[in-house]
Design a protein around this ligand. Structure first.
Ligand SMILES: [Zn+2]
Length: 253
């Protein structure tokens, strides 16, 4: 991981990924639903340049907290403000030079990186219960012809167990996936969302997991938080480089 102004940059083999934060110019709102249009286009252009994608070759989800995964085709690729693929919470891409992005503010943006492609996934509790990680892994492995043990996962910033208070029904649904991720000592249940994601990934064979970020609701200077009342969104974007680069797996991109 290396820090850039307004984000954190990762390189996993050919996959270059950026997690944007609100410290950049214009507070880096990545969502057209909340941000000023030209500013969001500029922010997405900056993200594209940072991961090595062309600014007019982008694909974004229209997230609905479900488990629909789209494999990105050439016809889906367009400008930053092109219509996003409707009803999707994950994109799988093996086309070099294209930016694929997901938005988040408390939910976890997750990258699944393989040698010849990747998935970007928007993961909240609804998506987890619906099986969005299972779906994304399945599509990715089908596209890349790889085994889950060859996939590396990056769990982006999300609401921490300190702040993720849920109702009893949600707690029960998530406890089915990871019983030890649900804490019941302080009134309403608190859930460790990152832990649920890790357990689900491990069950699917993905054990190489990196989760370097803190709580989106607590770290108000760095992240957007839906529960804190923000309408803006940070993003996780990724791009497949045309050729394998040198250097170590976590080398600066
Ligand atoms: Zn917190």
């Amino acid at each position: 991981m290396s820090e850039v102004r307004g984000g954190s940059l990762f390189r996993l083999g050919r996959v270059v990924a950026l997690v944007s934060d609100r410290t950049g110019p214009g507070v880096r709102d990545m969502s057209y639903e909340s941000g000023e249009r030209s500013q969001v286009t500029s922010n997405r252009g900056w993200a594209a340049a940072t991961v090595g994608a062309q600014p007019d070759r982008q694909v974004w989800c229209r997230q609905v907290h479900a488990a629909t995964v789209a494999r990105v085709r050439e016809g889906d690729v367009g400008r930053a403000d092109a219509v996003p693929i409707p009803g999707t919470d994950a994109l799988v891409c093996d086309i070099p030079g294209v930016l694929c992005g997901v938005l988040a503010a408390d939910c976890a943006p997750v990258l699944l990186a393989a040698a010849e492609g990747y998935a970007v996934v928007h993961v909240g509790w609804r998506g987890l219960v619906s099986g969005v990680i299972d779906e994304a892994i399945g599509v990715l492995l089908g596209v890349c012809g790889r085994d889950a043990s060859e996939v590396t996962a990056l769990i982006g910033p999300h609401i921490g167990p300190c702040c993720f208070e849920v109702g009893e029904e949600v707690a029960e649904d998530l406890a089915v996936i990871a019983g030890d991720a649900v804490g019941r000592g302080r009134g309403r249940p608190h859930v460790d969302l990152g832990r649920v994601i890790e357990v689900r990934l491990a069950a699917l064979g993905v054990t190489d997991v990196v989760a370097p970020f803190g709580c989106t609701r607590c770290e108000r200077g760095r992240w957007y938080s839906h529960r804190r009342g923000d309408s803006a969104r940070h993003a996780l974007v990724a791009c497949l480089a045309p050729h394998a680069g040198g250097g170590d797996r976590w080398g600066g991109a």
